[in-house]
Design a protein around this ligand. Structure first.
Ligand SMILES: [Zn+2]
Length: 127
């Protein structure tokens, strides 16, 4: 990893921190599921209500995702930076843990307010 990579990652962390500082106060909705995305493809959807460890095959090898008390952490990962492992627990809809080298994204979904694309969840609309 060179200096530019580090700057990029620092910038992304700062951007997401700012995002949550601005929007977090009103959009914090506890999620119901963790969506595991590897290399752009959804591999698994795991309910946050079920404690457990889940193995995910990323580009670098096996990572372990842990669900405890409705929150998600990256427990183990083969990536050199370990940024995903050091990431704090996520539990609110729209929060993510990203492993850039392993191309793994863990994303919380299922809150009642907004989806991750920013569009409101419309429930039970019938015609
Ligand atoms: Zn990682």
């Amino acid at each position: 990893m060179n200096r530019n990579d580090k700057l990029l990652i620092a910038g992304m962390l700062l951007a997401s921190a700012l995002f949550f500082a601005f929007f977090g106060t009103w959009s914090r909705e506890t999620g119901s599921t963790a969506v595991i995305i590897v290399d752009g493809e959804t591999m698994d959807t795991v309910p946050l209500t079920k404690d457990g460890d889940y193995s995910v095959e990323g580009l670098l090898g096996e990572s372990i995702i842990r669900i405890r008390d409705g929150a998600v952490t990256m427990e183990q990962a083969p990536c050199p930076d370990q940024i995903c492992v050091k990431h704090s627990r996520i539990r609110y809809s729209g929060e993510q843990i990203v492993c850039l080298p392993g191309r793994i994204i863990i994303e919380i979904q299922g809150g009642t307010q907004t989806q991750t694309n920013g569009e409101p969840v419309i429930d039970g609309v019938a015609k």
